[in-house]
Each structure stands twice: as C-alpha cells, then as structure tokens.
Design a protein around this ligand. Structure first.
Ligand SMILES: [Zn+2]
Length: 408
C-alpha cells in the first residue's frame, strides 16, 4: 500500500493520540479506549501490536489488508499489552505463554477478543473486533453476484439436500453460511428446527441451536452429525467439511430428509466437486443430494471518491491514490467489500452426469461452460469493467494477472 494511504490513516490517529494527557494516571486506559474506538470506526477487523527492539508498532487490518498506523515508544509496549490483559481477565504476570480472552462488554461495545503471544522483543497482542450485532449480515448484505444470490435463496427453500459454500481461507465462507441460517430463521413462514455443529462457534445466532464440537471428548463433527439426527432437526449447519468421514455423515444426513448447509475448502466450484469424489464419496450419493455449490472470493470495493484509475492495472493503483484523506475510505481507495461468486446448480443433468462419471476437472469445466456456467475469472473481468474493483485487487485475491482481465 502506498505511503500516502498509510499517512492519512496514521495521521488521523496521530492527531487524536497527541490529544491524550501522557502524564495522567489514566493515560494507558485512555489510549486503549482510543485504539479500540478508532479501529472500529475505520472498520478494522484486527489490531496488531508488534513489539520491535526499540518501538511498539501498531497495524490495523481493514478489508483484509494490513495498514501501519503508529509506532509507539517502546516504554509503552508492556503497559499497553498489560492493560489489555487486565480488561480480558488474563494473567498479567505471565508474559512467557500465549493467552486468549475477551474484553467484557462493559468496557467496549461489541465483541472484542485478545490473543497474546511471546516473541523475542516482548509480548505481541492481536485484538480482534467482531461486527456489532446491528451489522450482522443477511444474504442481501453480502453483495454477491445476483444470479448466485437468487439461486441460493431458492435452494434454501428445499427441505433436503446439501448446499456447499466453498472458497479459500479468508473468503468469508462462514459469514455466508451464517447469513443462510439467518435467512432460514427469519424468512420461513413455518418454523424450522435449525441446528449447527461448529468448530468453533464464531458468532451467536438467535433461533439456531448451536453446538461446539469437542473432538478430545469423542464429540467430533462426524459423530456429532449422527447424534444430531436424533434431535429431529430440519436444517443442519456443519461448520466445515474437512475429511471424508464428515463428508459422508453430512451427505447421509441430507439423504434422510435434512437440509445441510456447510463450507468446504476449495478454490473453485469445479474443484470442490472433484475433491468430493476424490474423498471417496459415492458419486450416486453426491448426485442425489448435492443441490448447489457456491464458490466465493471477498474483494475490496472501489470507493466512490474516485481515488482509483479508470483503467486499472498493477502499479497505477499506488500512484493514483488521492493525497487528501477521503472520510469514507480513509484514503485507501477502497470502501467495504463484496463477494465475487460462481455457482453450479446440480439438478442440471449434464453437470450431474459429469460428476457421476468422475470426469477430470478440465472436461468438467468444458461441460459446465456449455451448461451456461460463468466462472470466477469472467466474473472478475466484469467486476473490473463495472468499476466495482480494480485489476490489482483481482490479482491480489485471484492470483491472476490483472492485465489479462482488461478488455482487449
Ligand atoms: Zn474514498
């Protein structure tokens, strides 16, 4: 990220920092409050406090990208982390082991978790800021591609089958799965019994009986799904399918008349399908219960301030960021995020046959394209053309050359 961007976010924080009374006994508590409220105001998801030899560096992660915000005097390092540990009820005298805790709501609005970690030059701390309850996302808030959203909503009406949400780490799969559950709980005219098995439970959902697995106690995902069947649920959310045993249990549950919503680590919808086959899942079982595979990427949205080039390509991005700070994007040129999605609806006969025959990924891609499937790369190209995001952002997320996405 450009120096100018860093400077506008950092400069803003600096100005407020200067206003604090350093001699006051309340200086450190006031600084912690300032960090928490400012980070949240700028929509940061994480605050990193990294001790160096002679300073304490602070970074904020905003829309998935780290920004350097401040370098504090080294003498503050211990006091700041110590204050956080007090707020989270951690052991302040133990600086030699990693610790985790949460800051109670009386000190700060919204869910805040602290994780400390001993490193060579002191104790490192990461503050995770969870979204406020008021900001909890419904499917409509995810900003996914319209056709995927429509298909997803339709498939959620079903009473049985599997809906698979795929993507790499950090692509927002769990957020999408949670949004599906909120939709199910809030939109159905008839009440449905919605239960979840998660590892871990990331957010509390009203109307969903959520359960956290304890593999050490023999309560794993696969065994948990089998026990869950005796709870008479209509809809089951499985946090993530990571192994063949869980996949088998989830698909069997769907076969016996349950709607299963789950996430799966895969780079594309086609890859997800072939990996399910490679896991040893019976092709007939896949074809009979899998309804929809959605694959997604989380991208930063260009800010309307116009701080970005009209014909974006790698390199242009940094030069064109505005010198003055835009209140909406803090000068980063990006404001908020959206989902780039592709999906395969499995009731289409050609696609189902391809799964049954376990064709290779390339052949499958050809068949799916004939069936009207639009992949992430084409969707990325349209997103850039519409000015939703930049070629550089596409490159950062999809790892494909931004110039290849430009029109001919
Ligand atoms: Zn802006």
């Amino acid at each position: 990220m450009s120096q100018q961007t860093e400077n506008s976010l950092a400069g803003n924080f600096d100005q407020q920092f200067i206003g604090l009374e350093t001699a006051s006994a309340e200086f450190v508590p006031a600084l912690v409050s300032l960090i928490l409220s400012e980070a949240r105001r700028h929509r940061a998801s994480d605050v990193h406090l990294t001790p160096e030899q002679d300073s304490l560096l602070m970074y904020w992660r905003i829309d998935g990208v780290l920004h350097r915000i401040a370098a504090f005097n080294k003498s503050l390092s211990e006091r700041l982390v110590s204050r956080l540990k007090v707020l989270a009820g951690l052991l302040t005298y133990r600086t030699d082991i990693p610790q985790e805790g949460r800051i109670s709501r009386e000190h700060h609005a919204g869910e805040v978790r602290i994780a400390t970690f001993p490193v060579l030059s002191g104790e490192r701390a990461v503050i995770r800021l969870f979204a406020d309850y008021g900001q909890l996302q419904q499917i409509a808030d995810l900003n996914m591609n319209d056709d995927t959203e429509q298909e997803l909503r339709q498939q959620l009406q079903a009473t049985s089958g599997v809906i698979l949400i795929c993507g790499p780490s950090g692509s927002g799969k769990t957020t999408t799965a949670y949004a599906c559950l909120r939709e199910l709980v809030s939109s159905c005219s008839l009440p449905r019994c919605v239960m979840s098995l998660e590892d871990p439970v990331e957010m509390v959902l009203a109307g969903v009986a959520q359960s956290q697995v304890k593999p050490a106690a023999g309560f794993g995902l696969a065994t948990g799904i089998r026990s869950l069947m005796r709870q008479d649920p209509d809809v089951i959310m499985i946090g993530e399918i990571r192994d063949a045993e869980t996949a088998e249990a989830a698909f069997q549950a769907a076969l016996t008349g349950h709607l299963v919503v789950t996430t799966f680590h895969a780079g594309s919808a086609v890859e997800a399908l072939s990996r399910l086959g490679e896991m040893g899942l019976d092709a007939t079982l896949i074809r009979s219960v899998l309804r929809l595979v959605v694959c997604q990427r989380l991208l930063r949205r260009s800010c309307p301030c116009g701080g970005l080039p009209l014909e974006p390509s790698l390199g242009d991005l940094e030069e064109s960021i505005r010198e003055s700070s835009c209140p909406q994007c803090g000068g980063t040129g990006f404001s908020g995020r959206f989902l780039l999605t592709e999906h395969i609806e499995l009731q289409q006969r050609d696609l189902a046959e391809a799964v049954l025959q376990r064709v290779d990924a390339i052949t499958f891609a050809e068949i799916s394209q004939r069936a009207g499937f639009t992949d992430l790369t084409s969707r990325a190209r349209s997103a850039v053309l519409k000015g939703l995001t930049t070629g550089a952002e596409i490159f950062r997320i999809l790892g494909r050359d931004g110039s290849a996405l430009n029109p001919d």
